[in-house]
Write a protein that binds this ligand. Structure first.
Ligand code: HEM
Length: 632
């Protein structure tokens, strides 16, 4: 039995194709979602109804937006009991296939590769970058998100994804129309490495150089060699220098799990979580005297990775999507509808909705082996969050009653000076505490058009080993090229594939007349041509959201998947694998502020007025709301 299609979708063959595959129940659920979307309603609904909408959406995306790229079994069976820890390269996590999720596996997809045949140069990426992306005047995020939150983004990206490159180069030459405004008239870069998948659809895929699991590889490395480099081989600990910052090799490159395109704020977070790892080792050693270096390392890695995942879930994301519904949704992902107290007392006995995804009896991949996806990479292109300068605070002065000190006027650094080896040198002069307090007080860039840092249009990018490349690149235009090269659908096709209502005119996207005028200039009247990155930055935002709704729906699917598909957050999230004390450590850590308090006991008391370490530190704390969350 089929239901009549809403008129919005009748003209879009790909979507009809998806609907044709839907069961009767899913078609019905899709109609509910679609009706709510027509009235742009879900985020205005009371919390419980909003949660129901998101639950339906997630179910639909789990069924229709997970595409495996490659053959279904790539690896071998193995004895899970031999691997009660995370391996260096991400192997041996999936219960029956040792390769799934390991370094060097192929990116999955949330939708078929783009079917619309615009050329990779249409319109020219440098035109798009110059006319629609490049920063005119820095737009910040207000008090919602600070530079720690921005660095956290990169800290996570470098845990999960990095497209491997080919040896063939592409050259992009700016056309005459914009050449005078492009810092680089031409630049070269390597194509993304595309390999045959051995399956029919898609026939090719792109390779992830990092382990896609939430395994802390940003500090632990992505393979044996990376792991060996960072371990001290004493009491399970990782290498860290006396000033609390990363150690450096003879070339001045930091010793850490990931060194590519790093900047001082990113390396600061790496140091903070190495400190955390080492503190966990001390705690474990005190309670489990029989543990040797190896056991301490593996347990501390599991615990620290879980803390990172928990902070991202119930602290960072809650600040990114600051609404009651998302506060409830993210806490449900970790603790379930019944909340922390019930879960702490009884464990995960009632399944994903009531007890959360963490601690489920079995990992759940919805029939598609775990990987991160091309679309996930694309929606995380958030370089507009990076500012032009980093302002330093004087932490020796007295904090004012707003727990703030003005930036030291003469003490700021151009952002580009904070990158790579130069950035590391500056960071060691600034020191960890001053940098953390300064980043806490500075708002990061807003995810909007005309906010792409100009300095990134002439960027010296790094090789995988942190060495500077000889040829600078124009990141703004390269990002446009990358999505097209990887056949990620453009904005409108992307929305249709995500069961969202496509736009039919520029006014559906934004009210900003100036933006509409330039969209016309670049894309004419053809909304199908609109690049995903531009659409995500132009889209009207939901109140409280720092990102677009389109990007958010990919997060709804993938944020859950990172937890529910991972054996170490499900079957093995128990005291046998983590130890009792380890679970207790994770349990009592609810936020980044808790981690900061552990290592800098006076810092938040003196400098942080707000509730989360990811909002601007001199902003007001959340006002206590006496209405229970689910009744709001
Ligand atoms: C100093 C800070 C940063 C620098 C220098 C930097 C630089 C780069 C470079 C050179 C690439 C590779 C581009 C390519 O070859 O396609 C890249 C990729 C990327 N960056 Fe950044 N980035 C920085 C911060 C961030 C932040 C804050 C985010 C926020 C989410 C971010 C998200 C991404 C994503 C999603 C990719 C694509 C990865 C892939 O293709 O697999 N980056 N970045």
């Amino acid at each position: 039995m089929t239901l009549a299609l809403p008129s919005f979708f009748l003209f879009h063959p790909q979507l009809q194709h998806v609907l044709a595959k839907m069961s009767f129940l899913d078609t019905l659920l899709f109609y509910i979602v679609h009706m709510v979307d027509k009235f742009e309603l879900w985020h205005r609904l009371p919390v419980l109804l909003g949660l129901a909408y998101l639950a339906i959406r997630r179910r639909l995306h789990q069924r229709y937006n997970l595409l495996h790229v490659g053959t279904m079994t790539a690896g071998n069976k193995y004895d899970v009991h031999q691997y009660s820890h995370r391996t260096a390269d991400g192997k041996c996590n999936h219960p029956t296939d040792d390769i799934v999720g390991s370094q060097g596996t192929v990116f999955g997809r949330n939708m078929p590769p783009s079917t619309i045949n615009f050329g990779v140069m249409e319109p020219h990426p440098s035109v798009v970058a110059t006319k629609l992306l490049e920063r005119r005047k820095f737009v910040d995020c207000g008090k919602q998100f600070n530079m720690i939150a921005c660095s956290w983004l990169q800290f996570m990206i470098h845990d999960w994804i990095d497209h491997m490159e080919d040896t063939h180069q592409v050259e992009i030459v700016a056309p005459a129309e914009v050449a005078a405004h492009c810092p680089l008239k031409s630049y070269k870069f390597y194509r993304s490495k595309e390999i045959s998948t051995g399956s029919l659809h898609p026939k090719t895929g792109f390779v992830n150089a990092r382990t896609p699991w939430w395994d802390g590889s940003v500090i632990y490395g992505n393979d044996e060699a990376g792991m060996e480099k960072v371990r001290s081989y004493k009491d399970g600990k990782l290498k860290i220098s006396r000033d609390g910052l990363l150690e450096h090799d003879e070339k001045g490159i930091s010793v850490s799990g990931d060194v590519r395109n790093c900047w001082a704020g990113f390396s600061l977070l790496q140091s903070l979580f190495i400190k955390e790892h080492n503190a966990v080792c001390d705690m474990l050693k005190e309670h489990y005297r029989e543990f040797d270096d190896e056991k301490l390392y593996h347990h501390a890695r599991l615990i620290t990775s879980a803390i990172i995942a928990k902070i991202h879930t119930i602290d960072w994301t809650v600040e990114l999507l600051k609404t009651d519904t998302l506060l409830a949704a993210m806490r449900i992902n970790w603790y379930g509808l019944l909340g922390k107290k019930v879960k702490d007392s009884f464990g995960n006995i009632l399944g994903p909705e009531l007890s959360g995804l963490v601690g489920l009896k079995r990992p759940q991949d919805h029939g598609v082996p775990y990987s991160l996806t091309e679309e996930f990479v694309s929606v995380y292109r958030m370089h507009t969050t990076l500012p032009d300068k980093i302002f330093l605070r004087d932490i020796n002065s007295m904090a004012t009653k707003h727990k703030s000190s003005p930036p030291i006027q003469e003490e700021y650094h151009s952002f580009s000076d904070m990158i790579g080896k130069e950035g590391e040198k500056r960071l060691s002069k600034i020191g960890m505490e001053k940098m953390l307090v300064s980043m806490g007080h500075q708002s990061c860039g807003a995810i909007t058009l005309w906010n792409y840092p100009l300095w990134m249009r002439n960027l010296v990018a790094h090789d995988i080993n942190g060495e500077e490349r000889p040829d600078p690149v124009d990141m703004a235009s390269m990002e446009i090229y990358r999505d097209r090269e990887r056949k990620v659908p453009r904005y409108n096709e992307f929305r249709r594939n995500l069961l969202m209502i496509p736009i039919s005119k520029w006014e559906d996207l934004t009210n900003d007349e100036e933006v509409i005028e330039v969209l016309h200039e670049v894309y004419g009247d053809d909304v199908e041509k609109l690049d995903l990155l531009v659409g995500l930055h132009a889209e009207r935002k939901i109140k409280g959201f720092a990102i677009s709704e389109t990007a958010f729906f990919i997060f709804v699917l993938i944020a859950s998947r990172r937890l529910e598909a991972d054996r170490f957050f499900t079957t093995n999230f128990n005291s046998q694998t983590y130890t009792d004390e380890g679970l207790e450590w994770i349990n009592k850590t609810e936020s980044l502020k808790d981690v900061i308090d552990r290592h800098f006991p006076e810092m938040s008391k003196t400098w942080m007025r707000c509730s989360s370490a990811f909002s601007v530190w001199d902003s007001d704390a959340n006002v206590r709301n006496y209405v229970p969350l689910y009744l709001r």
